[in-house]
Ligand binder design. Structure first.
Ligand code: SAM
Length: 351
């Protein structure tokens, strides 16, 4: 089967064999990317119309115990000026976001031990009390099942934890020994089991990524059936071991986003900040590849430059309001509208 047939088969059957995924990633060309984007855009239009959901991301701590080789806020990077926001700061970000029409707040941070279950639960409860019509998404890395349960019971609705790669050997190339793929996958299973709307995902173009590792990612995502998938290009950071590595390809990122839409038609799929950093119209192209979520930054301007996961991260020179206005303009340019609302995952109706 050639790539065009594989893409059309995926659109129809929503799955491919390992062999077919590998062939697709080894042999695709520009025309295949265009075809996948066109079919994915059509799939997204049928389900969501020309609408995208905004989620406000609050980067509340850049303190992290992990030492991921790709990440600018890894604990070994001593050039980072570390910060953590207070509960008051976080609530101020939510207030600004709420006034701007946001109904989902994403609390993202490094694995910062200061944010114990009790402290995190108190923050979640405070947000939910003030904004009962809003969803709270967490992105705090790996924690115990008990911890995830406690935060869910405090009112958290969703959790983003990219698996980064579903291939054991590749995972080892990206992380030090004390981080394991099995624990990452255990976390994702626990999150789903507890009842979170759960997001996994990958960076595109990390060192060691191959058609075979990407095939494992697609098969893993198909079997997990996450409600959200985060896919963005890997971008090097000057203070990490991967400083000399090439950035991930925008074309391949768009291709994978489109394939995710075809494989899991209802999934919530953000056009990521990394995509908007790699190319100024990256997020527009993401929406045209089937993305239906954008996550503008609600972090205070004073800390934005300190949450540098990779060099030249988009939006760090803007205030929250400026960033939101720019993204609204970009969406209007392609005829898409930003919707106000929680934008929960909708399960497919079974006939
Ligand atoms: N600590 C939490 C976690 O591990 O999920 C949330 C923060 S972590 C920095 C969020 C995501 O940023 C990671 O899952 C990773 O995919 C992405 N990221 C980190 N470094 C990156 C880089 N150099 N280029 C692109 N994305 C990167």
């Amino acid at each position: 089967m050639n790539c065009e047939t594989l893409i059309r088969t995926l659109a129809r059957e929503r799955s491919l064999s390992r062999e077919d995924w590998e062939r697709l990633f080894a042999e695709y060309d520009e025309e295949d990317v265009s075809l996948a984007m066109e079919l994915a855009r059509k799939t997204a239009l049928e389900r969501f119309g020309k609408q995208v959901w905004f989620r406000g991301i609050i980067e509340f701590s850049n303190i992290c115990r992990c030492d991921c080789y790709y990440c600018g806020i890894r604990c070994s990077n001593h050039n980072v000026s570390r910060y953590r926001l207070t509960e008051e700061d976080i609530l101020a970000c939510c207030a600004e976001g709420y006034a701007g029409g946001f109904r989902t707040f994403v609390l993202q941070g490094g694995e910062d031990g200061w944010f114990t279950d009790e402290r995190m639960a108190a923050i979640i409860r405070a947000i939910k009390e003030k904004y009962p019509d809003c969803a709270v998404t967490l992105s705090l890395g790996e924690r115990s099942r008990e911890s995830y349960q406690m935060l869910f019971d405090a009112g958290a609705d969703r959790y983003l934890l990219r698996h980064e790669t579903a291939d054991e050997a590749h995972f080892r190339m990206l992380h030090p020994e004390n981080q394991t793929l099995s624990n990452r996958l255990r976390c994702l299973r626990d999150l789903k089991d507890i009842g979170y709307q759960t997001g996994c995902g990958i960076m595109v173009g990390t060192p060691g990524q191959t058609p075979a590792t990407l095939a494992s990612d697609m098969l893993f995502m198909r079997s997990l059936e996450p409600q959200m998938i985060g896919v963005g290009p890997f971008l090097p950071h000057r203070d990490t071991p991967f400083r000399e590595e090439k950035p991930g390809s925008v074309e391949l990122t768009l291709f994978i986003l489109a394939l995710c839409r075809l494989m899991l038609p209802n999934v919530l799929l953000p056009a990521t900040t990394a995509l908007g950093t790699a190319e100024s119209d990256g997020r527009i192209r993401g929406v045209l590849a089937g993305c239906n979520v954008i996550m503008p930054n609600l972090s205070p301007a004073s800390v934005r430059k300190k949450y540098m996961l990779y060099d030249n991260k988009a939006g760090t020179d803007l205030t929250a309001a400026e960033g939101v206005a720019l993204l609204r303009q970009q969406m209007a340019k392609i005829g898409y509208e930003v919707v106000i609302g929680r934008g929960d995952y909708q399960k497919e109706e079974t006939p």
